[in-house]
Design a protein around this ligand. Structure first.
Ligand code: OOG
Ligand code: NI
Length: 453
């Protein structure tokens, strides 16, 4: 970076993530309370478990832990999504994965913008789960048209932000002061507006179609709707939330608690009911809007396609049957069939690992014809689990739904529309599993290259 004088995308993202967290803490004080609780629980977990500390330190996750978080926004049009992609690109974030939420009765599809290379992930893994409203799933043609017209008129990015993004693209980066300006301008897009842009009856009609439609369409911008710190012990945070005055969702989404943490577990606190003002004649008759919440996550090892298929099948098994009743028990029961030690997960090709020489033994071991397995057994090579950096569609649906109130069951004929999403985005989304696979392969290649020296 010294050669070009441009700010590093990783540095811009780190700054943006920090400023966003400060802003959300001011906007939603309960998020601050959650951050404090997570910091306490993480400190206790590290104190209690030196092996965990050592593993995180080796994987480069210890340093990022305190700044690690994800957020979410919901956009209204293809143009907004395409521009958001360009802004996130300046921050070193790429669209990874496609999430279809229509199967769960939520009229959006999504991707996650995040850094992809290992160095950038270690520096700051900030991710933004970014949904796009699917007006095509709204049955009422008149309402669809109203929503489209409102969205067409709004401008969620400041002119200065657009100019800075164009400059970054044109010259291949931004100098320090301009990078700071970009961060400040981009934050404007994510802030909360308590004034709706529509009158009360328009809000009500859109809200009746789906609460999410009102959330996306009726405001000046796509307010950040939650930020999620990473905890090392989600069960402990969940248990401690009530004592700190935080009303937690009852079920933790994702896999059950295990010795070897798998993929991602998440839980949230209920969205707040916030006062809003309507536009036009209704300006003196305030209403409320419920959208913004808080969430925590615990991350575990990334699964291979084979491991993921097995995870999906076991999760589906647990979710069938008596609804709500002893879900935790059913989930734990279903996952009895899933290996719970690193060695089996690795040997059965269920999870991804990063391989490295331990420094013990002679470097020529492989040249002598020892297999990788034997080298691992003899302590010459180490295999560390690769952390899952993405999201889970069933869990995401659970998080969405816990914040939609009891509006009654709703369903859309599940129809993923990845091609349409990518057209709106103006790019293809990356395949998350291919990214983990590449990281594993790179580590194996480096191992072999070192032996040959
Ligand atoms: C996004 C919900 C999904 C997650 O962590 O899976 C999500 C939203 O409510 O906009 O944040
Ligand atoms: Ni989330």
């Amino acid at each position: 970076m010294e050669t070009t004088g441009f700010a590093d995308g990783d540095e811009i993202r780190a700054r943006f993530s920090r400023r966003m967290s400060e802003m959300y803490r001011r906007e939603v004080p309960q998020y601050g309370a959650l951050l404090d609780l997570v910091a306490d629980v993480n400190a206790a977990a590290l104190q209690r478990d030196p092996a965990l500390r050592e593993h995180l330190a080796r994987a480069g996750e210890l340093e990022r832990l305190g700044v690690e978080r994800h957020g979410a926004i919901r956009l209204g049009s293809a143009g907004e999504l395409a521009t958001m992609r360009r802004i996130f690109a300046v921050m070193g974030m790429q669209p990874v994965g496609y999430y279809d939420l229509s199967v769960a009765g939520v009229p959006v599809h999504a991707t996650a913008f995040r850094p992809v290379d290992e160095k950038s992930l270690a520096r700051n893994p900030f991710r933004v789960f970014t949904s796009l409203l699917r007006l095509d799933l709204i049955g009422d043609a008149g309402l669809r048209k109203t929503a489209a017209e409102i969205l067409e008129r709004r401008r969620i990015f400041t002119p200065r932000l657009l100019a800075l993004v164009e400059r970054a693209e044109g010259q291949g980066g931004l100098a320090g002061a301009q990078a700071d300006e970009l961060v400040a301008e981009a934050l404007q897009t994510f802030r909360w507006h308590s004034a709706a842009t529509v009158d009360k009856s328009t809000y009500a009609r859109l809200h009746d179609a789906h609460r999410l439609v009102a959330d996306v369409v009726c405001f000046k911008g796509p307010h950040i709707n939650h930020l999620t710190p990473r905890t090392l012990d989600i069960d402990a945070v969940q248990a401690a939330m009530p004592a700190r005055g935080i009303a937690a969702k009852t079920v933790i989404e994702g896999p059950p608690p295990r010795k070897v943490a798998l993929l991602l577990r998440q839980t949230s606190f209920k969205a707040l009911e916030e006062r809003i003002a309507f536009a036009g004649e209704d300006v003196r008759a305030p209403g409320t809007h419920t959208a913004r919440f808080g969430e925590i996550e615990q991350r575990g090892v990334a699964l291979t396609r084979k491991g993921r298929a097995r995870y999906d099948a076991l999760l589906a098994r647990a979710r069938r049957g008596a609804s709500g009743q002893d879900y935790a028990g059913r989930l734990a029961g279903a996952f009895k069939d899933f290996p719970d030690d690193l060695s089996t997960l690795r040997r059965e090709g269920l999870a991804f690992f990063r391989y490295a020489r331990t420094g013990r033994g002679s470097r020529g071991a492989a040249a002598e014809g020892l297999s990788l397995e034997t080298q691992i057994e003899r302590g010459l090579v180490r295999a560390d689990p690769i952390v899952y950096e993405d999201f889970l569609p069933v869990s995401a649906a659970g998080i969405f739904q816990s914040n939609l109130g009891d509006a009654g069951p709703r369903s859309y004929a599940g129809n993923a529309a990845q091609a349409a999403f990518e057209q709106a985005l103006g790019a293809s989304v990356l395949d998350e599993i291919a990214l983990y696979e590449a990281a594993q392969t790179r580590s194996l290649d480096a191992l072999r290259a070192k032996v040959r020296q």
